[in-house]
Design a protein around this ligand. Structure first.
Ligand code: PEP
Length: 247
């Protein structure tokens, strides 16, 4: 499976000049070998960043599954591809919390993104720490969001485990212990193997997201075995983000 570091800039920074400057300062610290660094800025900045991006790839933070039509405020997968995107984050917890997105809609988006040739970066994770039924919650999410994904397409999906209670902007957020994250990593891998078979399941990248910084990144890679990260707050600080990529 591939290794990725994916930056979710969310609704930041607040203007194009700052967005260009942030991208430039990240790229200064990268080498040509850091190929799987994906920057997901606000969609309005995509076309301008495409003009200056050099070492990173670009992604969006959401997409709509219909091709075109009367869907006010939405942006289709085809439009994102046309704007220079290779990846689309789907099912992020903030989309679920503030915009009412459920697993069924996320699934339609996953299928649309795969059909376009881009790669979906699909988030799942439990709301509360020490949820008793975490296995059931994750199994249900995984089954629904990947429903209808053909076995040969699985390698194009990037899965992200994001325990919502560990995301830095969640009130009273707490770090997820690397050993606990390992348990979930192994659980997700096992579920994928059961559903798709070892060969196909081994090709899917499973990333971790939730308060990742330069101080804890090594633990989530070495102890928890994840294949990279989805990084929120720390992706807005170029020096720290570059350190995470190097780790
Ligand atoms: C996120 O919201 O996807 C995320 C990982 O945020 P942070 O790194 O700030 O916890």
């Amino acid at each position: 499976m591939e290794k990725y570091i994916i930056a979710n800039w969310k609704m930041n920074p607040d203007d194009l000049v700052k967005a260009k400057s942030l991208l430039a300062s990240v790229e200064i610290g990268l080498t040509d070998n850091d190929k799987k660094v994906v920057i997901c800025p606000p969609v309005i900045f995509l076309r301008d960043l495409r003009q200056i991006v050099n070492k990173c790839q670009l992604g969006a933070q959401n997409a709509y599954f219909e091709k075109q039509g009367a869907f006010t405020g939405e942006i289709s997968v085809g439009m994102l591809k046309d704007a220079g995107c290779d990846y689309v984050i789907l099912g992020h917890s903030e989309r679920r919390q503030y915009f009412g997105e459920a697993d069924g809609a996320v699934n339609k988006k996953v299928l649309a993104v795969l059909a376009s040739g881009m790669r979906p970066v699909v988030c799942l994770g439990e709301q509360e720490r020490q949820a008793e039924n975490i296995g059931e919650i994750l199994k249900k999410q995984l089954t629904t969001i990947l429903s209808g994904v053909a076995k040969q397409k699985l390698k194009e999906v990037v899965l992200v485990y994001e325990p919502i209670w560990a995301i830095s902007t969640t009130p009273n957020s707490q770090p997820c212990l690397p050993d606990d994250a390992l348990t979930v990593y192994l659980f997700l891998r096992k579920m994928l193997i059961q559903t798709y078979g070892q060969g196909a399941a081994d090709k899917i990248s499973i990333l971790y997201g939730g308060s990742v910084g330069a101080k804890n990144a090594a633990d989530y890679i070495q102890i928890s075995q994840f294949n990279g990260f989805l990084v929120g707050s720390a992706s807005l600080k170029s020096e720290e983000f570059i350190k995470i990529v190097k780790i």
